[in-house]
Design a protein around this ligand. Structure first.
Ligand SMILES: CCCCCCCCC/C=C/C(=O)SCCNC(=O)CCNC(=O)[C@H](O)C(C)(C)COP(=O)(O)OP(=O)(O)OC[C@H]1O[C@@H](n2cnc3c(N)ncnc32)[C@H](O)[C@@H]1OP(=O)(O)O
Length: 312
């Protein structure tokens, strides 16, 4: 609340930063000054924190800095189940409605896995109604992340295949733990399934057409250094610095006046989001008929078996 109040009083605009005063001079806003002093390595002072949570989502809002940290918590591998996706949307809407929240750091509660991607058990052995509900929830989470007015930074503190990679791609900036054991990428073809057009669009917008063609066809999973090389992530940092780096990057992004940044983001992303919005129902039907095929169910069965039986 305090952030909006200061900027609205000063310029009559929605976001802080550098803006024109009535006299025509320019001044740095008090909020921006506070952000520059934001401690990036020690976390938030207790007094300004407001945590809330559900079974699978933990949120900690630092109201004085306008930044929330959202952690996925779905052991053992943070798979994106229907329940998690549903809880995600509810928590996200809560943050969108909180006028004091200008940025979200999206991360995982598990130390080694950001997210194992879509929960395969939600795509295997269920009925058409379940598949439709599940896919609608996947679409909703992507649309919320991709079109959010808030600054979204993915703090990728572990492996991030498929749907986990998609959540990162939908963020504004990606910071990954520099551990060669972790990988990130859209590996759908390895499961015998196909990344839908909007996964592909988001990837192409991020790393370009040729790199996407290569990565998607082969279902490549990139270790952090390679992900950085192709622009799949923006920064790699030692494992224990992921959260503090995310906080300091966030403070840089929040120096930009919200209204200007938001309009720019909309200009860049709306055509891609609209492509899905225009054919959302058809995309659900495509998914349901594709995933219900015997051959695809067989592939998923084999993949689950492979996961259970492979040597660790
Ligand atoms: C036309 C177009 C239309 C549309 C066409 C359709 C488009 C669909 C798009 C799909 C997008 C996706 O995200 S598909 C999901 C892709 N995800 C993946 O391939 C990741 C697979 N998982 C892994 O690689 C690993 O589990 C990893 C995350 C690195 C963690 O390794 P660990 O060694 O720590 O853990 P594991 O022992 O492997 O896993 C622990 C348990 O979790 C299970 N598990 C692992 N990943 C799981 C998952 N995604 N969903 C469910 N369960 C999972 C394992 O089977 C184990 O079960 P138990 O043995 O019983 O304990």
């Amino acid at each position: 609340m305090a952030l909006r109040a200061v900027s609205a009083l000063t310029w009559g605009l929605g976001g802080p930063g550098v803006g024109p005063l009535r006299s025509g001079t320019f001044l740095r806003c008090a909020t921006q000054h506070r952000l520059e002093k934001m401690p990036s390595s020690i976390g938030f002072p207790e007094a300004s924190r407001r945590p809330f949570s559900s079974h699978r989502i933990l949120v900690d809002v630092d109201q004085s800095h306008g930044v929330a940290t959202m952690k996925l918590k779905n052991p053992p591998v943070n798979s994106l189940s229907l329940e998690l996706l549903t809880e995600f949307v509810i928590s996200w809407e809560k943050l969108e409605n909180d006028k004091s929240c200008r940025g979200v750091i999206l991360t995982s509660n598990s130390p080694k896995i950001f997210s194992a991607g879509l929960d395969i058990t939600d795509m295997y052995g269920k009925n058409a109604a379940h598949y439709a509900e599940f896919w609608k929830a996947v679409q909703e989470v992507w649309l919320k992340l991709y079109t959010s007015n808030m600054v979204v930074i993915a703090a990728i503190n572990g492996s991030s295949p498929a749907g986990g990679c998609l959540m990162s791609l939908a963020s504004d900036y990606r910071i990954m733990a520099d551990n060669p054991k972790y990988t990130i990428g859209l590996n759908e073809t390895l499961l015998g399934i196909v990344a839908p057009f909007w996964f592909k669009d988001n990837l192409v917008n991020t790393i370009g057409n040729r790199a996407s063609e290569h990565a998607l066809q082969r279902g490549l999973l990139f270790p952090p250094a390679d992900a950085l090389k192709i622009g799949l992530v923006d920064q790699i940092v030692p494992e224990d610095k992921v959260q503090s780096t995310a906080l300091s990057v966030m403070s840089e992004w929040l120096k930009i006046p919200d209204h200007a940044r938001q309009l720019t983001k909309t200009m860049m992303r709306k055509p891609t989001a609209d492509r899905l919005l225009k054919q959302r129902e058809a995309d659900i039907q495509n998914f349901v008929s594709f995933i219900s095929k015997d051959s695809i169910q067989k592939s998923l069965h084999m993949y689950l078996k492979f996961l259970k039986e492979r040597e660790k």
